[in-house]
Design a protein around this ligand. Structure first.
Ligand SMILES: Nc1ncnc2c1ncn2[C@@H]1O[C@H](COP(=O)(O)OP(=O)(O)OP(=O)(O)O)[C@@H](O)[C@H]1O
Length: 318
């Protein structure tokens, strides 16, 4: 994945043609392994990774999000292992993978929240680590409940989120009202967020990511704990947002939801992309969940826990 200076000439893979241009850049869906990417000598000028003397294939400046060779170590453990991905503008993109696959770490690095150990990430043509403020204005990232000021009321949190992104108070107020209504939080607008249920918390986090009308929305498990009515409303909002040119990137474990809502999906395991493309391309004629299980492996043959069978263990004293 990593190309040393001097070895940076475009290098077509045997039997596969690469023009070396950003537009023709090919990803895992084209059958290249992570290590085999056709390389491109036109590395971003002034890229931090260029300064480190390491060159990566050129990200796709036309994509909503384009990632090349992202890597992150925690101690000796590699959480994200040279991951590359293109997320098209206007797509509803699902990132799926087993627990610990590296989804959150990847999205944190690609949205300017976590410094990568290697690699390049671009959002709408801007290098995330060269133009961090600009990128952050274009994206909406759903915060985790632990990252918000939960001593504020729902309304205050939304106003604060809007004004923090440079919006005028009146406009923030208008949008906060719209969002509270859309997310069925009208009755809780003056309630302290710390007193919200986990589903309400999820919705207010989501609303605070959307208030500045970002061009790319990055949502970690957005539907987890959200009731079916709010969930349906939320899906409508997100689908319309994507149909009108916004890009939605969600990470999820719910394969049926991804299959139903997303236009594209990437399956990640062990910090790498196992498959990516449209839902139909990745599913390859099978049920997406079956395909996922094939790609990530890990199913235990005849998994069972002997002492749990039917419950009522006689070894329990008393
Ligand atoms: N702050 C951290 N310190 C040490 N290891 C970490 C840290 N954050 C993540 N990891 C490790 O990195 C790997 C990837 O974690 P990550 O949270 O990105 O996975 P994930 O795909 O989002 O998982 P999940 O679906 O369970 O949320 C895991 O092995 C995890 O233990």
């Amino acid at each position: 994945m990593i190309e040393t200076p001097g070895g940076a000439d475009p290098k077509p893979i045997q039997g596969k043609q690469s023009s070396g241009s950003a537009e023709s850049y090919r990803g895992p869906a084209d059958g290249y392994s992570q290590e085999e990417y056709p390389r491109d000598s036109r590395v971003l000028e002034n890229s931090p990774v260029q300064r480190d003397g390491i060159k990566y294939p050129t990200p796709n400046a036309g994509a909503a999000m384009s990632i090349r060779g992202l890597a992150k170590f925690y101690g000796d453990k590699i959480a994200v292992n040279g991951l590359s991905l293109d997320i098209p503008v206007g797509s509803f993109y699902g990132i799926v993978g087993p627990n610990g696959a590296g989804k959150t770490t990847t999205l944190n690095m690609a949205t300017g929240m976590l410094v990568p150990d290697a690699g390049v990430a671009m959002v709408l043509g801007k290098d995330v680590w060269l133009h961090t403020s600009e990128v952050k204005r274009m994206i909406g990232v759903m915060p985790q409940p632990s990252q918000i000021f939960d001593r504020l009321t729902g309304l205050q949190l939304l106003l604060y989120s809007g004004m923090l992104r440079g919006m005028k108070r009146a406009e923030s107020q208008q949008r906060a009202d719209d969002l509270l209504l859309a997310f069925d939080l009208e009755n809780a607008r003056n309630l302290m967020v710390a007193e919200y249920s986990s589903g309400m918390m999820k919705k207010i986090c989501l609303a605070s990511a959307m208030i500045h009308s970002p061009r790319v929305l990055v949502l970690d498990e957005p539907f987890e704990s959200v009731d079916p009515v709010s969930s349906a409303n939320l899906k409508d909002i997100l689908v319309e947002y994507a149909q009108t040119g916004g890009t939605v990137i969600i990470s999820s474990h719910v394969m049926a939801l991804v299959e139903k809502m997303c236009t594209h999906v990437a399956v990640i395991a062990n910090g790498q992309v196992k498959a990516d493309g449209t839902i139909a391309q990745v599913a390859a004629g099978e049920d997406l969940e079956d395909r996922f299980l094939q790609l990530v492996g890990g199913r235990h043959q005849a998994a069972h826990i002997a002492w749990l069978q039917g419950g009522g263990s006689e070894s329990v004293a008393g």
